[in-house]
Design a protein around this ligand. Structure first.
Ligand SMILES: *[C@@H]1O[C@H](CO)[C@@H](O)[C@H](O)[C@H]1NC(C)=O
Ligand SMILES: *[C@@H]1O[C@H](CO)[C@@H](O)[C@H](O)[C@H]1NC(C)=O
Length: 558
């Protein structure tokens, strides 16, 4: 017996084959390629309206798929990834606190991850790139948590060529190699630029893939996170040289890093095409959170005109770049403003591949959005608890078109606007739509679509996807929760969070506060940050970062 979602899959496949695309109808479970950028800014992709950093592949993917313009993650890496892998709100896992730093014992609690669900469905599962969900014990690491194969780093960052993670703790310096192929340090891969290395690995996985098995591949790029102190940003010089129009040398390097990321997505798409896998593949591209334009992990990315940066609950921290592409999407080439949260991917993709939702953990917070994506039906999600941090007392809830923020992260110094384009930059005056058509994804999309998008279509979609702040004459009362105020915004009208409406809508404030209190009931106190770095010191493990708490076990000395 086929389940309802399997029938839907077949029906949508038949529809798409007959009506929409030139490529053959695929049978079998769709492949899933999930690409996560790290700390990429809202304003750093072409399809959101900036001309400064051309991203023709990402734009082609977005225009031929669906631009998810109200996609929310958590405000920084570990909680976002925890939400993605588990389908649960981080506050339900005790993971609403800070990201996991090198030599820390915290890890994602045991419980089934997206990789394990896909593995049980018969998928070959690969993680390429960053983990950042704990590694103090082998059982915390990706190859013991549902991934058949892993090439990447355990920590939250490393340098881009030599894969060294340096960390200061209590005035002492720790440092070691952090690149692993499955369980073993991969010294031979050192020297190759991280984005290229991960791309080549992904292409290699695709080329060697046995097409009788469905593929689940997550590519969690290091880009565009910073590396180590003193060499924050790294990119090949020939790519940096393409951005002479950007005066700030750091921003110029950042642009090159984004450009390499764009090339990577194009190369993965080409490899899927060459292997005839595209017709039955779903590709998702998101950032884990907004860019940290300034502050501790500042990478010169820009969320402008959104307010705030990574680590704040303003839109610049949590509303992320996102799009989905697949021939299975019947209603594509549109901009969706339906609420979608990073926890939704697990049930959504599980349904997309014909899984039975009844099999999933009943405590899941994610909501299945598959049919709303495929057929452009209203989404079942009405609110998103963006976080409740019981220690800092910073919380925010998106509730229909409203958003309420209480408390602040840090001392409130990032609650304003950063990353506005600099006057001295001579940015390309126009958006090069023919470069989108000429990009690998643009070329392949034209080949496989009966009605390829025109350059005017690109402009039209981009115009819809570009946020418009309040007009110049509108009243402004920005509100700063750092002062103790409760701030309320109407996000569709005021995406830049410039005009607080709390005093005009006290009943809305009360209603949302009640919902926050309800969510608070399910909160598990956040795990203590337990740094154990002297035991984790890479010096003890041939200068590689390594699990250290169960070292009597297998591969400790590998
Ligand atoms: C707030 O924190 C930032 C960054 O840590 C620091 O530079 C600034 O001086 C602090 N401001 C106040 C008012 O404490
Ligand atoms: C736009 O892109 C096309 C194709 O990549 C290129 O040939 C052309 O020179 C670009 N135009 C401008 C103004 O940069």
């Amino acid at each position: 017996m086929l389940s309802r979602s399997q029938w839907l899959l077949i029906i949508s496949c038949v529809l798409f084959c007959d009506l929409h695309k030139k490529i053959q109808c695929a049978t079998g479970q769709p492949n899933v390629v999930f690409i996560v950028a790290d700390d990429l800014g809202w304003n750093d992709v072409g399809f959101h309206g900036s001309n400064q950093i051309p991203t023709p592949n990402i734009d082609a993917l977005a225009y031929n798929g669906i631009i998810l313009n109200s996609h929310y993650g958590q405000s920084y890496g570990t909680p976002s990834r925890a939400a993605l892998f588990t389908g649960k709100y981080p506050m339900k896992l005790g993971m609403q606190g800070p990201s996991i730093t090198p030599g820390e014992s915290r890890a994602l609690p045991q419980g089934k991850l997206i990789s394990e669900y896909f593995k049980e469905m018969g998928y070959a599962t690969h993680l390429i790139g960053k983990w950042n969900l704990g590694y103090s014990r082998w059982n915390d690491t990706p190859t013991l948590r549902g991934f058949d194969h892993f090439l990447g780093l355990y920590n939250s960052f490393s340098s881009y060529y030599d894969y060294v993670t340096s960390w200061k703790f209590n005035g002492k310096d720790y440092g070691g190699f952090d690149l692993r192929r499955d369980t073993v340090p991969s010294w031979n891969d050192a020297g190759k630029y991280a984005t290229d290395l991960f791309t080549e690995e992904a292409v290699d996985v695709i080329q060697k893939h046995n097409v009788n098995t469905p593929l689940f591949m997550m590519i969690a790029h290091l880009a565009v996170h910073i590396g180590n102190e003193g060499k924050w940003l790294e990119a090949p010089q020939e790519t940096v040289n393409k951005f002479k129009h950007i005066r700030d040398p750091n921003r110029r390097t950042y642009a090159a890093m984004v450009s390499k990321l764009d090339d990577s997505i194009g190369a993965v798409f080409e490899a899927l095409d060459a292997k005839n896998m595209l017709q039955n593949t779903i590709i998702v591209f998101i950032s884990d959170n907004g860019a940290p334009t300034v502050g501790p992990s500042h990478n010169w990315g820009s969320n402008y005109p959104l307010r705030g940066i990574k680590d704040t609950l303003f839109e610049g921290g949590v509303r992320t770049v996102a799009c989905i592409w697949s021939p299975l999407l019947v209603q594509s080439s549109r901009v969706s403003t339906d609420l979608i949260h990073i926890t939704d991917w697990l049930p959504t993709l599980f349904t997309a591949v014909g899984g039975d939702l009844g099999v999933l953990d009943p405590d899941l917070d994610g909501i299945d959005q598959w049919s709303s994506l495929v057929y452009d039906l209203p989404s079942a999600r009405n609110d998103i608890p963006l976080n409740i941090d019981e220690k800092t007392r910073n919380a925010a809830l998106r509730f229909s078109y409203w958003k309420l923020i209480v408390g602040t992260s840090g001392n409130g110094s990032y609650n304003s606007y950063f990353g506005a384009p600099l006057n001295e930059d001579i940015d390309p005056q126009s958006y090069n739509t023919s470069a989108i058509n000429d990009s690998p994804i643009g070329r392949i999309a034209r080949k496989i679509n009966y009605n390829p998008l025109s350059e005017n279509d690109f402009e039209g979609l981009r115009n819809v996807a570009t946020l418009k702040c309040l007009d110049a004459k509108a009243k402004r009362n920005p509100c700063d929760p750092a002062s103790g105020a409760v701030c309320l915004y109407n996000i569709p009208n005021d995406p830049c969070e410039e005009n607080d409406l709390a005093k005009f809508f006290p009943s809305v404030v009360r209603r949302i506060k009640r919902t926050l209190v309800d969510y608070r009931q399910g909160l598990i106190p956040q795990m203590e940050v337990t740094t154990d770095i002297d035991n984790a010191d890479p010096k003890l493990y041939q200068y590689a970062w390594n699990p250290w708490r169960d070292c009597s076990d297998v591969s400790c000395s590998s």
